[in-house]
Design a binder for this molecule. Structure first.
Ligand code: FAD
Ligand code: UDP
Length: 394
């Protein structure tokens, strides 16, 4: 029997017949697992068993048609954007794209204002007519200088001051993360930097597009290889000792892998409330954020993202929660320290590689997970070239 605890050397046991064995057991059929399965199977002719405990592939990027035939994202809105030419080129082998630039408005003091904060946000909020240059000095005047920008509060207040922080960030962040921005890393709110121009796109990446026929179709094409077997509705722990494999790629929560031996890593979950209306269009942009009202943080109308035309429209309301499936690692110094304890254990296992958002406890976007998986593939392929399985010493 194989398994991370029984064979820490990373090789198939000499008495296991290599022809019956999988080269890789990949735990999780999200971006991390799918990229590695595809690369290993098609570039190195490796036999891959992918084990996924949900009933579908795609991980949190899974999409499907709802009962009205509208393409929705059951795990919340997923908008693809990247500055990486390599990542975009890689994924383009499996999908065509529909160009899409996401726009978000925030409901503040009875107005729907562009977020990230831009020139129009400021002018409309305060009834001003500033130019970009004037906005620069307006913000410089409002900003509270901080010697060190450590927290999610520092990151905003040091750039735009307390009033805009209170109106756009404080309430949203407290709802989303269940803690004050002063208790979160600066990187959290630094994802949404203010601008002094009128650009109202949520992202500024070079590539911004949605898979033309959805994420699930893209994943199906990635996994379409005779070398890849996909086992759904299965926790890897049910089969890891039954099916021989040489190396495991694990993309689930890292603390769960180690049976929470150092304590549970905190994650933020979300209850996704899906609603359908018999009208073509519900709201003016893809997402509306509610920093100060309601228990939910934001409402997304999928047809903006997908470009689908349909007499009905489907929305998702996101209700953050401490309970439920782990969706977000919570970036703060304590959690990073706890994660490092797990990472140290992970680094000792030669036959398991940890990849992806939950396995590395990093607040990664999809493109960052793809980039990480492509990098891991390079490392694994170099190792394979150095020690091909048929030359593993017995
Ligand atoms: P996952 O997609 O989580 O895949 C891991 C898989 O492993 C899961 O399917 C899980 O079921 C499976 N698994 C775990 N444990 C086991 C086990 N024991 N046995 C078998 N299977 C197991 N990114 C963007 O770029 N743009 C966005 O707009 C965006 N929006 C997001 C919105 C929300 C609400 C959330 C939660 C995330 C969003 N993301 C977005 C991030 C994106 O979802 C992730 O970066 C990406 O999906 C992570 O891929 P992954 O393979 O690391 O993990
Ligand atoms: N944020 C906020 N107000 C907003 C938008 C974002 O306070 O209107 C903060 C909040 O802490 C959020 C973080 O910025 O969690 C990152 O926002 P993003 O939209 O990138 O979150 P994600 O799409 O990953 O949930």
């Amino acid at each position: 029997m194989n398994g991370p605890t029984s064979f820490p050397t990373g090789h198939l046991r000499p008495d296991s017949p290599p022809t019956d064995a999988f080269d890789y057991m990949i735990v999780g059929a999200g971006f991390a697992g799918a990229v590695l399965a595809e690369r290993l199977a098609t570039q190195l002719n490796q036999r891959v068993l992918m084990v996924e405990r949900r009933h579908h592939i795609g991980g949190n990027a899974f999409d499907r048609h709802d009962e009205h035939g509208i393409l929705v994202h059951p795990y919340g809105p997923h908008i693809f954007h990247t500055n990486s030419v390599d990542v975009f080129k890689y994924l383009s082998q499996f999908t065509n794209w529909r160009p899409y630039e996401h726009r978000v408005k925030a409901s503040v003091e009875g107005q729907l204002l562009p977020i990230p904060i831009n020139l129009d946000t400021i002018n409309r909020l305060y009834g001003l007519h500033l130019s970009s240059l004037e906005m620069d000095s307006f913000l410089a005047h409002k900003a509270e200088p901080r010697p060190d920008v450590l927290t999610a509060e520092d990151a905003v207040v040091s750039k735009v001051g307390r009033d805009l922080y209170d109106k756009f960030f404080r309430g949203y962040t407290r709802k989303q993360w269940g803690r004050d921005p002063s208790q979160l890393d600066a990187s959290v709110t630094a994802r949404v930097p203010s601008r002094t121009n009128r650009d109202d796109r949520y992202f500024t990446d070079v590539h911004q597009a949605m898979p033309q026929h959805g994420y699930t179709r893209m994943f199906e094409r990635m996994l379409d290889s005779p070398n890849i077997k996909v086992m759904l509705n299965t926790d890897y722990r049910e089969v890891q000792h039954l099916i021989p494999w040489r190396h495991m790629i694990y993309t689930g929560p890292i603390d769960e892998f180690f049976e929470h031996r150092f304590g549970a890593l905190p994650y933020r979950s979300i209850r996704f409330e899906h609603v359908t209306h018999h009208e073509e269009r519900f709201q003016e942009v893809g997402t509306i954020n509610y920093p100060n009202e309601h228990a939910y943080t934001r409402v997304t109308e999928f047809k903006h993202l997908t470009g689908q035309r349909h007499p009905w429209t489907s929305l998702v309301y996101e209700h953050p929660s401490a309970e439920g499936d782990p969706y977000y690692p919570i970036p703060c110094p304590d959690n990073a320290a706890l994660y490092r304890q797990y990472r140290d254990q992970a680094e000792k296992l030669r036959d398991v590689t940890f990849v992806g958002r939950l396995a590395c406890y990093q607040y990664y976007n999809m493109d960052q997970v793809v980039a990480q998986a492509l990098k891991v593939f390079k490392t694994l392929s170099q190792q394979l070239l150095l020690t091909p399985p048929d030359r593993v010493p017995s």
